[in-house]
Each structure stands twice: as structure tokens, then as C-alpha cells.
Design a protein. Structure first.
Length: 66
């Protein structure tokens, strides 16, 4: 699956209203991860932010298992 196919498959779940504005809530079909697109962000940017956080968390888990 290419990044473009993945972004085209992103499912928009709705809008989450908060005090600081509204956020779009999406789900990545490849991982099943639900994430928020912040104002001024594209879906691609938000997905990249979530992927980076996931990679960082995976490294921490691997380090704690040793």
C-alpha cells in the first residue's frame, strides 16, 4: 500500500468540538489507529505525527524488554 493509497483510505469519523476549536477525527485503515487532525494540519501531516509517536513508543517498549 502506497502512502497515497493509505491517505485515500483514511476514514473521517466526524468532528470533535472542544473549547479551542473543532478537530477532525480520522481512522487509519492499515493500523486501526484513530487520530485527530489539528487546525492548520493536513491529514498527511497528522498521520505522520501519529506514525512518529508510534515509532517512538515502539522503541521505548523494545528497550524495556531487554
Amino acid at each position: 500500500m502506497t502512502d497515497l493509497e493509505r491517505m485515500q483510505g483514511i476514514m473521517v469519523r466526524g468532528i470533535q468540538q472542544e473549547q479551542n476549536g473543532a478537530h477532525v477525527v480520522c481512522t487509519d485503515p492499515k493500523t486501526g489507529t484513530t487520530f485527530v487532525v489539528h487546525p492548520g494540519e493536513t491529514i498527511g501531516m497528522a498521520l505522520g505525527r501519529v506514525k512518529a509517536r508510534y515509532r517512538h513508543g515502539s522503541r521505548e517498549l523494545k528497550g524495556s524488554q531487554n
